[in-house]
Design a protein around this ligand. Structure first.
Ligand code: AOF
Ligand code: ZN
Length: 370
């Protein structure tokens, strides 16, 4: 194997182990690191395991011990050079005696932002950047969205029939997708910071919106409910003291109904924006201020339509059940205004197509032209 191929193998490994921190490290990025000794043998690996815990490089270097002297460190993110919750990784790298650092992508965090690479170079370490950069940028896309825009990464999820319906014309919707798909949704719920539904879905399905079994984190449950119609005896409101619920109401929501929900432990957030898209942006900015990195939008069609109309969806998970429902009155997955012309379409850059029991999962990044 030539040197470049060897470097790529090590960085692929670092990218792979980084993923193990998913759901545990946010709002920090997932980061992975691999150490090769002076002879090029891969001797240790590490990843950022949890928010507030040691950084990937430090974990890998500690595991490598003296084998790191004169060796190479492969890391998926530019090493930090600031005192955060832990001391700077650049210092740990220097004191471990590493002579070469290969970095996949820069760290946009203001306290780092190129400073880590210059600090290493100033210390006489040979630094190379950009190996598997596309993969590393994708790995940290939600972190970058939050740092760059102050908004969380938005993942839309829905299950539908082959003819694009999420329910029958009479409103029956349980279940479109199979148990394997639903189990995956629970795993997804267990690693995001917030899960949103519209009031239509809350009334029709009375969902609990928790991850079962529970995951790495407990998501804030958000209901878009302009008129504060969320039933006090429903599962969401009734469990608000155990698992937080945020109800997004409009300025005309009746005070009495707001009060009942507040007394049950729901937090109310008033959206005063005249336009739906402004309201969504305002809420996303609020979630960003709370350092929430990943928002999962579960439906129904009205809420999904609003998010697509506002061009705020970053990623989509579409569960396709091998069934056909038909019926002109059977609801489609994405409502809202839709696009006025095919020139404005949303396109899915597909990252995965897999089978889950009887269903297909189509997952990818939403590319929007405007
Ligand atoms: C690294 N290696 O493994 C990670 C880095 O103070 P903290 O621990 O919360 O970290 C804050 C910042 O450090 C975070 O926003 C990001 O810029 C960087 N994360 N850096 O060298 C790592 N997780
Ligand atoms: Zn660090």
């Amino acid at each position: 194997m030539d040197a470049a191929a060897h470097d790529a193998v090590a960085m692929r490994r670092a990218l792979l182990v980084a993923r193990r921190g998913e759901g545990c490290v946010e709002p920090n990025p997932m980061v992975g690191a691999v150490v090769a000794d002076a002879a090029g043998r891969l001797v240790a690996e590490g990843w950022h395991e949890r928010f507030g815990g040691p950084h990937a490089e430090v974990v890998a270097l500690e595991r490598a011990g003296v084998a790191a002297r004169g060796g190479t460190l492969y890391v998926t993110l530019e090493p930090c050079c600031h005192h955060g919750k832990t001391p700077p990784c650049t210092e740990a790298i220097r004191s471990a005696g590493i002579s070469r650092v290969v970095v996949a992508a820069g760290d946009p965090f203001p306290a780092v932002n190129g400073g880590g690479i210059s600090a290493l170079r100033a210390g006489g370490i040979n630094v190379e950047t950009g190996l598997l950069e596309t993969e590393a940028l994708r790995l940290t896309a939600p972190f970058r969205r939050l740092i760059g825009t102050g908004r969380p990464w938005v993942t839309a999820k829905w299950a539908m029939s082959l003819d694009g319906r999420i329910a029958t014309a009479t409103g029956e919707s349980q279940w479109i997708s199979g148990p394997e798909s639903r189990a995956l949704v629970h795993r997804l719920r267990g690693r995001v910071d917030a899960i949103a539904v519209g009031i239509g879905t809350a009334l029709a399905d009375d969902p609990l919106l928790t991850a079962r079994p529970s995951g790495a984190r407990t998501a804030l449950r958000i209901v878009f409910d302009s008129h504060a119609r969320l039933p006090p005896a429903g599962k969401l409101a009734a469990s608000a003291r155990e698992t937080p619920v945020l109800v997004v109401v409009g300025p005309n929501a009746p005070a009495a109904r707001r009060r009942v929900l507040e007394e049950l432990g729901c937090e109310l957030w008033t959206d005063n924006a005249p336009q739906r898209s402004e309201g969504l942006q305002g809420l996303l900015a609020e979630l960003g201020r709370r350092r929430l990195t990943n928002l999962l939008v579960e439906g129904g069609p009205t809420l999904l339509g609003s998010f697509f109309d506002a061009r705020l969806v970053d990623e989509a998970w579409i569960f396709l059940a091998p069934i056909i429902i038909g019926g002109a009155a059977a609801p489609a997955a994405v409502g809202g205004r839709g696009i006025p012309s095919l020139q404005d379409l949303h396109r899915l850059a597909i990252e995965e197509i897999s089978t889950l029991g009887p269903d297909l999962l189509v997952r990818g990044l939403v590319e929007t032209r405007s």
